[in-house]
Ligand binder design. Sequence first.
Ligand code: ADP
Ligand code: ADP
Ligand code: ZN
Ligand code: ZN
Length: 827
Amino acid sequence: MGPDSLIRVHDATEHNLRHVDLAIPRDRVVAFTGVSGSGKSSLAFATIYAEAQRRYLESVAPYARRLIEQAGAPRVGGISGLPPAVALRQQYGAGSARSSVGTVSRVSNVLRMLYSRAGTYPPGAEPVDSDWFSPNTAVGACPTCHGLGRRYTVEEDRLVGDPALSIRGGAVAAWPGAWQGKNYRDILGELGIDIDAPFRTLPAERRHWLLTTEEQPVVTVHPVREAHRITRPYQGTYMSPRSWVLHTYATTKSASLRAKAASFLTEEPCPTCEGRRLNPFALSVTVAGVDIARATALPLTDLADLLRRARVHPDTAALSPERRQAAEALIGNLEEHIKTLTELGLGYLGTDRTTATLSGGEFQRLHLATQLGSGLFGVLYVLDEPSAGLHPADTELLLTALKRLRAAGNSVFVVEHNPRVIADADWIVDLGPGAGTHGGRVLYSGPGAGLEGVAESATARYLFGNTPSLRPASVRTPSSWLTLYDVTRHNLDRLTVRFPLGTLTAVTGVSGSGKSTLVGQVLAATIRDHLGTPESTEKDTDGSEDEAAALDDDRIVAIPKADGLDAVQRLVQVDQKPIGRTPRSNLATYTGLFDAVRKLFAAQPLAKERGYTASRFSFNLPDGRCPNCQGEGVVSVELLFLPTESAPCPVCHGARYNPETLQVLVDGKSVADVLALSVEESLDFLDQLPTAHRILRLLDDIGLGYLTLGQSATTLSGGEAQRIKLVSELHRARRGHTLYLLDEPTSGLHPADADLLLARLQELVDQGNTVVIVEHDLRVAAAADWLLDLGPGAGADGGRIVAQGTPAEVSSGGSGLAARFLAAHTS
Ligand code: ADP
Ligand code: ADP
Ligand code: ZN
Ligand code: ZN
């Protein structure tokens, strides 16, 4: 290997990395391994990828140099031999409501060309451009619903809150607040409408006009002089409440405004297109007898069948030779795309599925498939646990995809925990030995086999045989059974399922077989309905709801008939969604331990003397926080055309507080110093606070001792977020039988960390509770008391119970994929 074929990293010190020096071969699949918090992401993403990204930005936008410097280059002495890099990260709910499987993979584009050039048109009609087949273009959208597929109507009555009030007194409920609302009111005044009379006393046609008109009259407004403000006449444009509601709902980026607008709307499928979003002409064009809206709704594997039929369909045979040739080429192209997506275990997705409803792993694999089709070479791909959420059978296909990227002349770096992926890599970079300050060293860098001799490595122990068995001494006997009858949702069709209570149950099956639908949606909704608890048990720490989530109509679940629900007294559902989307939320605030810390600071003599209460020590409130960054510790740096970067606040240097607040000390530490402590370090420091101490002990026991108390929620991985949520549930010791539902709890965890988590779950069951996990790691599944294997395939090929019973029964029963893969773990 020549010097050019190596990427050399010199003196990397980002986060916990301890002066790392390293040479890694290019054009290989390289796995970065180590326990959670050992520094894998700090090396692969925050150092190597970040440096490649910085160089790229400098080359395309030299003017941005100063801004880039402000945003901070990675802390590394130097990197040589670095190719351009593409990062494929997992992001939960990262997609927008407008992007779909089809738009990301480009299947939608090609499909539209197929319908445009080689579709069967009604007799006498001329072929039209492919824009006609997209609901997102002006020509393509259904003229009634503008491509939304639904019709929104505003009911006049609802626009008025209290008709006994005057317009000035607030009769119109549907107007925006603040200045804009006053503006509309004043315009009506100028138009000669009595804004001081009770609304209901206005003439009916006047009420109707002002509430619903589509006209936008412009008048000169002479505002009333207010105490401290000089107000000049201005030109004001009127918008009726009805127009405001429709316009705001369609265009606003603010989730709260959108929610306000939605409260005045009724929604139904569009009567013209019946929800298909396209204009009637486009819907009259077919391929193999199927219109494009139906084709788009098909799972990709079924779309492939349709295309195969189209090749030999009489309609296709009837096309002109030229158009037949176009059909051949476009179908071939689509089949390529679909094949790649299917190989990555995504064949069960429909083209029109919005990316906002995909899991982090599905989202990442969708982008990986797109890269495979892009034909780029000489690129470094950096991936974040690509096997997350994959059943062992699907993992084999992923490995093939990674090798295809390599064969095309690319370097592939994966941060991974899955032994199968690690064993298959050409090269391993193992970090550790522990997490946080106990990690950050490269324990091994070389071909896989050489890792075996590295005594310090936790990865070596799991990779080379000496895996501890997680199986309990004996399988537990259920205390009772919970049965759901005739469950029908997504691909589940009248399925009857029994769950043993008082045990640990693992639900397995390939991606798309129906596990999350069954456990995360139907089982959860049934229990919630029975207990009468509200929709979400989750707290939303920043108070904002994702716009995409607000658009998701998929949250209403039909409750099936059920037996045995009475035994369950509480439900705790823990998933991998981020615990907050702003840097204001962190480990300490989320778990509630920060409340105790703030009280401790408020009790110090200096704080009392100055009259500081606990709220002074919150960086979310104006009194104590740094006024420049408003307590975020970082400020964002806008780079024209480029993603926004964030930089430490130049006033408080990341401390988040103003200097006066930082003068109050506990044992020599300010509140900012305490937030900078790791969980492990604060165990001693906070041992005077029993509640906080209990939470910290639980966090440490579950393998999160390396996290710092103030680490912002936005930098936590899905696996970390899930364990933090679990801890914040666990520390409130409650009585009563609790049903815990966990979605892929070990995804993103090193086997050593998975063991710690599983031990906690076993304890919960020993205390008399029930735990149901959706699980892909069959080493973990084998430790359950009961298995429920769904399948056999994904989408319409799944949704059935392939096997159920104790792990021993399932593995000897012999049918189903789980049985095959389980045999290795139960013998
Ligand atoms: P891994 O990828 O191996 O799980 P990371 O590289 O994410 O580990 O973390 C290594 C250490 O760096 C941990 O102690 C973690 O808390 C810390 N760390 C990670 N991200 C950040 C960040 N954005 N700011 C500060 N510390 C961080
Ligand atoms: P698993 O959890 O086993 O990966 P899921 O329960 O997520 O499987 O999916 C089962 C089936 O339901 C798949 O065909 C999937 O495409 C479909 N599905 C899941 N979520 C949605 C959704 N929000 N909208 C439409 N179909 C969905
Ligand atoms: Zn329509
Ligand atoms: Zn600041």
